[in-house]
Design a protein around this ligand. Sequence first.
Ligand code: ADP
Ligand code: ZN
Length: 526
Amino acid sequence: ETLDARAIDERALEILRRTFGYDEFRGEQADIIRQVAGGGEAVVLMPTGGGKSLCYQIPSLLREGTGIVISPLIALMHDQVQALGQLGVRAAYLNSTLSLEERRSVEQAYVAGELDLLYLAPERLAGAAELLDRGDIALIAIDEAHCVSQWGHDFRPDYLQLGMLRERWPRVPRIALTATATLQTRAEIAERLHLTDAPMFVSSFDRPNIQYRIAPKQDARGQLLRILRSEHDGDAGIIYCLSRASVEKTAAWLQGEGITALPYHAGLDAATRSRNQARFLREEGIVMTATIAFGMGIDKPDVRFVAHLDLPKSVEGYYQETGRAGRDGLPATAWLAYGLQDVVQQRRMIDDGEGDAQRKRVQGQHLDAMLALCETVSCRRQQLLRYFGQESEPCGNCDTCITPPASWDGTIAAQKLLSTIVRLGQRGQSFGSGHVIDILRGKQTDRVQQRGHESLSTFGIGADLSEQAWRGVVRQLLAQRMLATVGEYGVLALTDESREVLRGERTVKFRTELERTRGSSSRSRG
Ligand code: ADP
Ligand code: ZN
């Protein structure tokens, strides 16, 4: 049975109202559902809370057979399936938490055509392929599709095998969904999942009611307490800390200040965790002090603030965590305190952490992008959205819009750096930031001597800035897209914007805070 677009629209709306109890589709939901229910494929980029689930759930209900949902969030499957069950949707899941008996009964229900939706952990797919053939597949939804990206912040090797889906089930429509949407990740998802021909549905990532604020860390607790008292008295909120120990300490300290704060991290026993989570959801004005283990799948609309006492590891993470604030559309605050010690600590965590050199380089790039957001002198929202490939105007609802920070004119510094890259390019060479900075500062390293780079006309012209200041320049240029990195070695490359800077058509501003990280050599401010 094939449905035309009108019939799909009508029946989709009916399911939305009767089964899910909502009045209207949001954003691009209707378009996506029409596409997939009609047998087409889609790549869906929608922020957390945007309503991705309905985009595959409704087509699964509209089409013959069972919708297969591949999701890495095993911990959430049980709740998702239960919630669907309450709506009268026949859903089940297969993952490592099931007993043999439970698994058998799910398999039987699937083969008998008694399931609308079957959730599957990616590592189960290969083993389940024969089972899937014995039933009828309505569609395959690949949730959290960014996990296929080796450059992303959440790579999962099991996702790579999802590339075989098209060959294995060529006639089954596939829909890939993610809330992480850098341009690079998008391209990688489409390529690795063989969805390059599928239309891409990109929703706005803007959360206009969230006020983004990033403050230099002075006394973080005092800063936070002032905000809680003056702006968020009695409000529900989440405070993210990097370590379990600091979660505990922060919760205890807040309790001492008379604030109802509860801790949440993976080191607490399951009963405590679920008790604290339940209180956060049910009671009013609870402040959850948590590691990033908290928040996935939590759907609490009236979280009024999200605070970070430690620097998130990536812009994706920051966006996802802050996105838990203000889902009801009412004003909410995203506040982050960061200091140099955060940078040092995170670099060390990357260096000492697991993973090969390539993985560490990627983690370093994520950290740099996060730092660039912290250091920007222009609108935070604009920069955040640009990171996700979305252009916008200054927002008027972030700290840099409300109180523009002091900045210095970095045009000449930028030109020095960019022209060094041009000169290397003319010799057919390209390098990462370390070597380019060595050239600018006139450092006689082995590599400089081997390559004869002391003969470059830009050799030593940047000696007035410290190595750290130059790294800041690189970081901020990257953030403003006036510089790019290419490939796994982080080779520096020019962009269209860099050429404008070189031609003097564009000026560059850097946040004055950068001055503090400079070496002793002084330099007049612009
Ligand atoms: P995502 O997976 O994109 O993070 P969900 O699919 O979990 O988002 O949806 C987020 C919330 O929005 C859920 O509570 C969901 O029921 C609700 N929702 C989704 N679509 C609609 C809609 N059209 N109208 C009202 N609420 C919706
Ligand atoms: Zn702004």
